[in-house]
Ligand binder design. Structure first.
Ligand code: NDP
Length: 234
């Protein structure tokens, strides 16, 4: 039986890579999207993760098509760049509401079925910014650090129900989110990375797929950096 997998923000970027890898392994994969097209082979469900009602409606659609979600990859996220004196309060909270609030809403919505089934996997996409910090990304880093405390608390809550909860923390990736990062900033980041490169999207996706596999059944509350070693020691 294919598992019912949901990837938020899975119609592009890292989320799409993750969704495709689960689908290639034979899972029934749904992705949330807000506009545009969803690539073939994936079930697209419209959903803005800042809206509780949309999350509930999307989950109902997935349940109807594929059954209750057994694997959640909470990937949807935004970034806001600016030094603190210039950050507007509404933008700070928009980042928190999407990255942390969105993860909360989706996790809460899928947890009911997982608890009832007494099995499930939740994987949250954080960022090395959450533990290293990044100048100009106070809100983003706070939201990504928040995901770690959130998921570790949830891991303790649901462990006895056979559900694991883990975090994947990528370093710099090549997606729409980072197209504006200037070469000088990339060089600066890479100078601190022992492997001399950051991860390819499929390397991050493979970590999520492994965390959802049977052989990762003893791993919960983990935070796995996939970043060329740049956050080692944090
Ligand atoms: P993209 O900008 O390419 O994709 C962002 C995704 O998030 C899109 O699928 C988008 O969906 C979705 N999204 C944003 N806001 C919402 C919302 N309110 N409701 C629902 N979906 C939303 O970025 P990446 O693929 O790079 O980012 C994916 C994740 O990886 C993020 O959590 C990001 O923080 C994290 N990450 C990225 C890094 C990088 O260097 N790129 C490094 C470390 C972590 P839609 O198609 O509907 O717009």
């Amino acid at each position: 039986m294919p598992r019912s997998v949901l990837v938020t923000g899975g119609a592009r970027g890292l989320g799409l890579e993750i969704a495709r890898m689960f689908a290639a392994a034979g899972d029934a994969v749904a992705v949330t999207y807000r506009k545009g097209e969803v690539p073939d082979g994936l079930l697209g469900v419209r959903c803005d993760v800042t809206e509780e009602k949309e999350v509930a409606a999307a989950l109902a659609e997935v349940r109807e098509a594929h059954g209750p979600v057994e694997v959640l990859v909470s990937n949807a996220g935004i970034i806001d760049i600016g030094l603190l004196p210039r950050v507007r309060e509404e933008d700070f909270y928009r980042v928190l509401d999407t990255n942390l609030g969105g993860a909360f809403r989706v996790a809460k919505a899928v947890s009911r079925d997982m608890i009832r089934m007494r099995r499930g996997r939740m994987i949250f996409i954080s960022s090395v910014a959450g533990f290293k910090g990044t100048a100009g990304q106070t809100g983003y880093a706070a939201s990504k650090a928040g995901l770690i405390g959130f998921s570790r608390s949830l891991a303790r809550e649901v462990a006895k129900r056979g559900i694991t909860v883990n975090v994947v923390a990528p370093g710099l990736l090549d997606t729409d989110m980072t197209t504006d990062v200037p070469q000088s900033a990339r060089d600066q980041i890479l100078a601190e990375v022992p492997l001399g490169r950051t991860a390819r999207l499929e390397e991050v996706a493979a970590t999520a797929v492994w965390l959802a596999s049977d052989l990762a059944g003893a791993v919960t509350g983990a935070v796995i950096p996939v970043d060329g070693g740049g956050s080692m020691g944090y």
